[in-house]
Design a protein around this ligand. Structure first.
Ligand code: PEP
Ligand code: MN
Length: 349
């Protein structure tokens, strides 16, 4: 249940409500909005009577959350969540672009790609060091050496870093290098991993599973939130359908659906969503027009020789062109985006 406190509820009144809920066995998550405090009570005794809470001083109303996910729902938190990472805000007015190679392959490849995407206006470097490949014979990533390359390139370019963690044993290592921990589509329902990431205090980019409904995806986010990690970014990356022309079917309708159901920011991955380089820019433009809070795009300095996902990786010049188009689209729907290519602002390489 959600307990909405009155605007002028005192701290003592809030603490009394929390104490009662804890006494009933609930886990209480507090959300302090601009106007009032909202308490989300999850778990607990089913027979607890909400009317007893309603009678307590300072309580405005008690709402039963009918959705199976509670903390991820808008009923619990009506305002949008903004994930703050240093000077970066995901879920605010600005559309955040994350870009980089599918995998870190060499220092030269990571550096050249990072410099190119930064110049074009990306603020987060993407790149995998642990790769979830469909075949055990495909390139599996460079591990810690890859993370080192990605971190130094991100630092040199003044970027944040998002990188995938595939297993609970890798969390500590990846968290040492990355600013955002990516949970890949194949791991969306790895509940052991989700529980462990719920205990960390690093933002998590949670990709939608290849055959997951939006409700299942939000329930996976709930695992992270219930563990106490509030910094969750959802990522729509396409789902498996009967269509075989594209690698996946990018569900852009998930953007308005998620924005109605949840307060969490949502970014879109048009690279895995389409699997084809020539389809990435149209879908990226559409995602921004549909209200995505950001994009995550694969770019490679030499995609034809990429060790993974070359066919869907943009050349730096394509990415540059796409960013110029996004600078027209974002303001048309009241959003901002990194306005000028970095070199022109004089911070670039
Ligand atoms: C990736 O981002 O490179 C990746 C493997 O993504 P997904 O988990 O969406 O397939
Ligand atoms: Mn990839």
């Amino acid at each position: 249940m959600v307990v909405v406190m009155e605007e002028r509820a005192s701290e003592d009144q809030i603490q009394r409500v929390i104490a009662q809920l804890v006494d009933w066995g609930f886990d209480v998550h507090r959300s302090t909005g601009a106007l009032r405090t909202v308490l989300g009570a999850v778990g607990g005794a089913q027979q607890s009577d909400p009317r007893l809470i309603e009678l307590l001083d300072g309580v405005q109303e008690v709402v039963r959350i009918t959705e199976p996910y509670k903390l991820a729902s808008r009923t619990f938190k009506p305002e949008n969540t903004v994930v703050v990472i240093g000077d970066l805000r995901v879920g605010g007015d600005e559309v955040i672009v994350m870009a980089g190679p599918c995998s870190a392959e060499s220092e030269a490849q990571v550096e050249a790609t990072a410099a190119a995407v930064r110049r074009a206006g990306a603020k987060v470097l993407r790149g995998g060091a642990f790769k979830p490949r469909s075949s055990p014979y495909s390139f599996q990533g460079l591990g810690e050496a890859g993370l080192q390359m990605l971190r130094s390139a991100a630092d040199r370019q003044g970027m944040k870093l998002v990188s995938e963690v595939m297993d609970i044993n890798q969390i500590e290592l990846v968290a040492r290098y990355a600013d955002i921990l990516q949970v890949g589509a194949r791991n969306m329902q790895n509940f052991t991993l989700l529980r462990e990431l719920g205990r960390t205090r690093k933002p998590v980019l949670l990709k939608r599973g290849i055959s997951a409904t939006i409700e299942e995806w939000l329930l996976s986010a709930e695992y992270l939130l219930a563990g106490g990690n509030a910094d969750i970014i959802l990522c729509e990356r396409g789902i498996r359908t009967f269509e075989s022309y594209t690698r996946n079917t990018l569900d852009l309708c998930a953007i308005p659906v998620v924005q109605k159901l949840s307060h969490l920011p949502i970014v879109v991955d048009p690279s895995h969503g389409t699997g084809r380089r020539d389809k990435v820019a149209p879908m990226a433009r559409a995602a921004v027009a549909a209200g995505a809070d950001g994009l995550i795009i694969e770019v490679h300095c030499d995609p034809d020789h990429a060790k993974s996902d070359g066919a869907q990786s943009l050349f730096p010049t394509d990415f540059d062109h796409l960013m110029a188009e996004l600078r027209i689209i974002a303001p048309a729907i009241g959003r901002s985006i990194c306005l000028e290519p970095v070199a022109r602002r004089g911070w670039g390489v």
